[in-house]
Write a protein that binds this ligand. Sequence first.
Ligand SMILES: Nc1nc2c(ncn2[C@@H]2O[C@H](COP(=O)(O)O[C@H]3[C@@H](O)[C@H](n4cnc5c(=O)[nH]c(N)nc54)O[C@@H]3COP(=O)(O)O)[C@@H](O)[C@H]2O)c(=O)[nH]1
Length: 787
Amino acid sequence: MAVLLGLLPTLLPILGLFGLYVAVLAVIPGARLRWRNVALALIFTGAMLYTLAYPFAVAPGVFLDARGAILAVAILFGGPWVGGITALAGCLYRLQLGGVGAVAGVCGLMLNLLGTLWLLRYQSRPLLAAQPFPASMPLVAHPLRLGLLVGCWAGLAEALSLLLIPPWQQGWRLFVDSGLTLAGVQLLGFFVMGSLLWTYHQRQLLELALRRAELDLLLARQERDERFEVIFEQAAVGIALVAPDGSLLKVNGKLCDILGLDRAELVARTFQAVTYPEDLDADLARVAQLLAGEIDTYQLEKRYLRGDGALVWANLTVSLVRHGNGRPHYFISFIEDISERKAYQQQISTLAFQDVLTELPNRRLFLDRLRYALVRSERSALYGAILLLDLDHFKTLNDTQGHDVGDSFLQCIALRLRECVRAEDTVARLGGDEFVVILEGLAKDEAKAASRAEQLAEQIRLAVGLPFSFERKDSPRVFQTTASIGISLFHGDHAALDDLLKHADLALYDAKAAGRNTLCFYNIEMQYALEIRAVIQNALYHAQELNELLIYAQPQVDRGGRLVGAELLLRWHHPKVGWISPSQFIPLAEETGTILSIGQWVLRSACQTLARWARQPQHAALTLSINVSIRQFRHAGFVDEVRAILAETGAPPARLKLEFTESIVIDNVDDTVRKMNQLRQMGIRFSMDDFGTGYSSLSYLKKLPLDQIKIDQSFIRDMTSDADDAAIVTAILSISRSLSLQVVAEGVETEAQQQFLYDHGCELYQGFLYGRPMPLAELEQFHQHVR
Ligand SMILES: Nc1nc2c(ncn2[C@@H]2O[C@H](COP(=O)(O)O[C@H]3[C@@H](O)[C@H](n4cnc5c(=O)[nH]c(N)nc54)O[C@@H]3COP(=O)(O)O)[C@@H](O)[C@H]2O)c(=O)[nH]1
């Protein structure tokens, strides 16, 4: 106890020392090692000198103090250099103090120094370096254990050093009395200090680990930032960091390229400012969803405004980065330039949905628009209409002036049509010279809607009829045509698309049948006619083989009323329907092609009759006219067919007259002239039917090897009451005379008509006044009476 109390003055400085050491580390934690070691050396040397200056004298010249402990601590925490300096100072001071224990004291210090250094040779500064101890030294793997070991050794070394005092100077007694106590006290002190140091050391380790982790984090962050910067700048797509208010915080070079602005110009704008106004709402709506947390990201195809004002299409992907507290931080936007893809898409859709020549919607787009128009009409309860339009005589322009002129004309018509309607109405080209217009939102009332559609159709008809100027062989020319328009109203989406088109087609058909250059509404009678037409078309296939077709003949007489010939006209008696007019079934036969076999049959019958009449003197001078349809005449084998039938029947060709309309000539002038000449060489004669109703009739009169023209019955009908018709008839008669063409007036029904024609020099007459079409046998009997 006395020893313990005696050692107190030296133990206290040790604790103070420890505090000082901690303070040094705390004050200069990051100080350079050298300066810290100098500071430690000073502290421990001071402590060493202090403890030696105030020892506990166990015997004269023999001191007990905490030098061993101070040295061990100096070595442990300061390393060999600090320990060495402390030991040296201790040894010198002990020697200076002198006494019997001087040598023993110095030896004890040296033993302490060597032993502690030996213990630490595996690790020069284990506590501060925080390096793991080698597995080969498990006993010292723990700093506490190390502290204990060092403490044991320091105590033992000091106790043993007492044995260096010779026995006559009571070395053995001192060793027994104080050495073991000293060793025990040192051991205890070290245990306490080791525990404290262990805790402190753990904190040091933790701090170090934290500092390292912080450093690693910093490095990782730095690396991440560098990597982000590289990716950001070198990305193949435009990237922008956008603040929640839309200002552009950071943009990459690619985005500057896409938008044609430099970085400074771009970051001075907001994303709203560079967005094409029409696309802004859609974008803002998605941004709102993003901010509300309804979606994590969104993708959008939108247009941007480039610096030069041009539009650029982009695929935009946006995500929102939030602060730790959930508040929006910034948007990250990826902008991929898709202008090229859009241009291709546009090109493809143009090809798929647009008529290349006129740039109007084509049939496909028209059907699509019509579908939507029907839905809109359903919603609004407003009537709409489709106007189907066909250009009369366009083929003539195309054939006579060339396709380039035809194309320009169609483009001009497309423009005129567009100008006639509102922007929301659709004008489409269905092909050839066929156009269609969809008129929407006409009126709730059917009659009003019809009247409005009629007005617009009339405007269109007049616009189409305007002169079209073009150049041919450097000379200016003008072409003027008319349009036939079929109108079909729609209301709601009840009507099937196909039906609607069929209705408009029917109305158009009617408009054409009504003499072209007119407009016609679809009505239910048309539908009925359509159905009848379908029935007739079907029955017509079998009519000939079922002997339902008959050949009638209508007399033609001269100025003296004598029979000179007849026109053969077809009659069809259907067992159920009854008589069906040729004006109904001939066009159908044309369409279906059955006219070829029917026409051949009529031709053969005419030739057979003429051959028979040739053998009968009373009929031998009579002629027979047959109607030749356009399809029949255009048929490649027509001329050979006529030649063969003439040869087969032995009919006199000069008695056969082929009647054809102006449409045959217009359809293909060259082919017509060539074929007529070939037939003419066989001796066949020609009559131009329905003269005066067609297009530029007089221009080709001279070109054709004609014998006769037939004034159309529409002029004859009113010529006695209508001055215009009278003028036309007299003009035709006078022109024919000057061209040495025979004239037949058809449709003569009254004496007055006959008289008018007679007075103006007409040579031949045909009409109900002389006789209706009748069977051939009757005509022969008729001939007996009128000879
Ligand atoms: N390609 C062929 N066409 C033919 C053939 N047979 C007839 N047709 C063409 O059919 C159209 C209608 O003919 P149709 O009903 O027979 O009418 C003819 C006469 O009956 C009628 N006509 C004659 N005189 C009068 C009259 O005084 N009044 C009056 N209202 N009608 C009268 O005119 C028609 C004669 O027409 P056209 O041929 O123009 O001389 C008609 O276009 C026929 O051509 C055939 O075999 N092949």
